[in-house]
Design a protein around this ligand. Structure first.
Ligand code: SF4
Length: 426
């Protein structure tokens, strides 16, 4: 398979160097606070306290849905405008809010102070606040901080920042060689992967874990398999702790999942017979389930706006396993090292864009009129009104889409908007 043409405004690049077209302009992406929606479900005894404005509170409530009957494990401490003297009181106010919260919710074992963009919040030293609160509340509650600010993070980078803050807390693994899967996965998917690794005789743990007390260990003999493509800082923090990241594509689709598992199996010396015995049946089931979707999707043209950082692996999946035609693949950031395996699997000539100039990209999308456009919520409605069929990229992050068993569901997420458009046209 040929490598894709990667378009880059070349400055001193050689002919052989991959080229990425980099765009800098207005972006249309949610901020990192959005990731609290799936992170609070994953870490079952953690609480996310956003230090922010009313805007932040509205965003997080509308993204998560207002939970009337359940006690949610996230909230916003709203910081109003204040003068310098008022700022000095903020630390005390924050300590009071946290004290009240932990008294009322004794089941909380981990508290994340999540920073945001309002200028009053930027002036606050949340790292120092977390250290102070830790002294007060450890060992019952571990207090950590990270930023979900829209100035610093897009929506999936919120998870990256959260997991990076967790890495410093991971206990040392000593000499034991083990596997760490990095990236939050729905519990059902985590269970499937756990079972596969157990059958392959590979000791493995997940970051984040479901409970704060069960933090995975990390050390020089740890090997890391990335489950999500948007965890560049987490990967760096893990390698700083001595771990090695295993180069692999991401586990989307039958092929992607097999290659992802195979990379770990090779690293841990699993025989090809055992690998085939453990993964073969599930791989073939996934392929058969995808064949049905392929018949429907083959030749359909797809356009990815940059949003979640899942774009490159998803583009590889829809092109290779569903036969779709990639009109354009945009991604907010392209981590050359983590994406190398994915990019090598893209069809030759794929147009890859890093960053965003939303107006120019909209112009290209309108000119191409793809069969389906994957984009953020803010762009979906206007494009639908213009007669284009869209898929919300955030749905691809919320839904269980990794692994063999979910391969057909992932294909279904792309097929559904097309089916709906066709039904409406009848
Ligand atoms: S963090 Fe910034 S971008 Fe995100 S909701 Fe708050 S104000 Fe808006």
């Amino acid at each position: 398979m040929n490598s894709p043409v990667i378009l880059r405004e070349s400055r001193g690049a050689t002919c052989d160097a991959p080229q990425v077209k980099r765009e800098r302009g207005q972006r249309e992406v949610f901020c990192g606070l959005t990731s609290i929606v799936w992170l609070h479900r994953k870490i079952q005894d953690a609480f996310f306290l956003v230090i922010g404005s009313r805007t932040c509170a509205h965003l997080i409530q509308s993204a998560a849905g207002v939970m009337i009957f359940a006690e949610p494990r996230f909230a916003t401490a709203i910081i109003e405008e204040r003068d310098l003297a008022g700022l000095a009181d903020l630390d005390n106010e924050l300590d009071r809010v946290v004290g009240r919260l932990l008294e009322r919710r004794p089941e909380i074992r981990m508290l994340f102070l999540v920073g945001s963009c309002p200028s009053e919040v930027i002036k606050l030293d949340l790292k120092r606040a977390a250290a102070r609160l830790n002294r007060e509340h450890m060992p019952n509650v571990r207090v950590l901080n990270y930023s979900g600010s829209g100035i610093e993070t897009t929506f999936t980078q919120g998870e990256d920042a959260c997991l990076t803050s967790l890495v410093a807390e991971l206990p040392d693994a000593g000499a034991q060689k083990s596997l760490l899967i990095a990236g939050s996965l729905p519990d059902a998917v985590e269970d499937q992967f756990s079972r596969i690794f157990r059958e392959l005789n590979i000791p493995c743990a997940f970051l984040p874990g479901r409970k704060s007390a069960s933090l995975p260990k990390i050390g020089a003999n740890s090997r890391v398999l990335m489950a999500q493509p948007f965890l560049g800082d987490t990967a760096r923090a893990l390698t700083d702790r001595g771990a090695q990241v295993i180069a692999a594509p991401f586990p989307f689709g039958a092929e992607g999942t097999r290659l992802w598992l195979q990379a770990a199996a090779e690293e841990f010396g699993v025989s090809s017979q055992l690998f085939e015995a453990v993964t073969g049946p599930a791989y073939r089931r996934a392929e058969a389930a995808l064949a049905h979707h392929r018949a429907r999707m083959e030749g359909k043209r797809i356009f990815f706006f940059p949003d979640s950082q899942l774009e490159v692996p998803l583009a590889r999946f829809v092109a290779r396993e569903l036969g779709m035609v990639l009109e354009e693949v945009g991604t907010p950031y392209l981590h050359a090292q983590h994406m190398a395996q994915e990019m090598a699997l893209l069809p030759a000539g794929t147009a890859l864009y890093e960053g965003q100039d939303v107006e120019r990209q909209l112009d290209r999308c309108r000119a191409l009129r793809p069969d389906i456009t994957v984009c953020g919520l803010g762009l979906a409605n206007p494009l639908e009104a213009e007669g284009l069929t869209t898929k919300w990229s955030i749905e691809l992050v919320f839904s269980p889409v990794h692994g063999f068993e979910q391969a057909a569901d992932l294909a279904g997420l792309f097929a559904r908007p097309l089916n709906r458009r066709e039904r409406l046209a009848v």
